[in-house]
Design a protein around this ligand. Structure first.
Ligand code: CA
Length: 229
């Protein structure tokens, strides 16, 4: 049974989340406190943490940062603050996904399942080939080749790294800052918007309709994510 730790001080919300998750067969532990959450994370070793940003004791950011130092447990941040800066900050401290309140519990369940699918199939990420959309898009890692409809598409090394980074974690939102650092391979101090140009070129090459991309989605105010098909 997959264990989910829900850290949320609004009792009603916590109850609704718990009910939905239990119906899906998850084992759910809830707490209203950040301090308690850190203790619980050690004792129950959850498969995923749903974390509210505004808690009465520690902030969600502090809890997230501490959890991240200790483990790779996936974290979904739930937040009433919707300012872009907060979202980016959260991603930089290691949250895997975001949901702004009010949200649909069904959507939360869907995101949890999606994150668990990808964290529990790490072997797949190491696979030599990753394919999507019934093999319409194939990324051959060892050959550094990408094929769309069985035709080889020529990508620059930056475009290839970018596509590989995004596609290895479908659904995970990457900030431009994270992406540019992955692409450059070091702590890049330049212009993060450079990433937009790479994305644009990549879409031209792999998407049927670059202006209505089905794989590489823009997450407004934050960055990009890859959608699995
Ligand atoms: Ca709260």
């Amino acid at each position: 049974m997959r264990k989910i730790l829900v850290v949320e001080d609004e009792k009603k919300i916590a109850e609704v989340i718990k009910a939905y998750l239990e119906r899906e067969g998850f084992l759910v532990t809830t707490t209203e406190s950040g301090t308690e959450a850190l203790k619980l994370a050690e004792s129950i070793e959850p498969d995923l943490v749903v974390l509210d940003l505004m808690l009465p004791d520690l902030s969600g950011e502090e809890v997230c940062a501490t959890l991240r130092r200790r483990s790779d447990v996936p974290i979904i941040m739930v937040t009433a603050r919707s300012a872009e800066e907060e979202r980016i900050k959260g991603l930089d401290i290691g949250a895997d996904d975001y949901m702004a309140k009010p949200f649909s519990p069904r959507e939360l369940v869907a995101r949890i399942k999606s994150i668990l699918r990808r964290t529990h199939s790490d072997k797949e990420f190491l696979a030599e080939k990753i394919s999507f959309n019934n093999d319409k898009l194939v990324i051959d890692v060892s050959r550094h080749e990408v094929r769309v409809d069985e035709k080889i598409v020529s990508l620059t090394p930056h475009e290839f790294t970018l596509l590989l980074t995004l596609s290895r974690h479908p659904g995970r939102v990457y900030s431009r800052y994270e992406l540019i650092n992955r692409v450059q391979g070091y702590d890049y101090e330049g212009y993060e918007r450079t990433i937009d140009a790479h994305i644009k070129n990549l879409r031209q090459k792999i998407e049927d309709q670059p202006k209505k991309p089905q794989y590489i989605k823009t997450v407004f105010g934050v960055g990009y994510r890859f959608e699995d098909h």
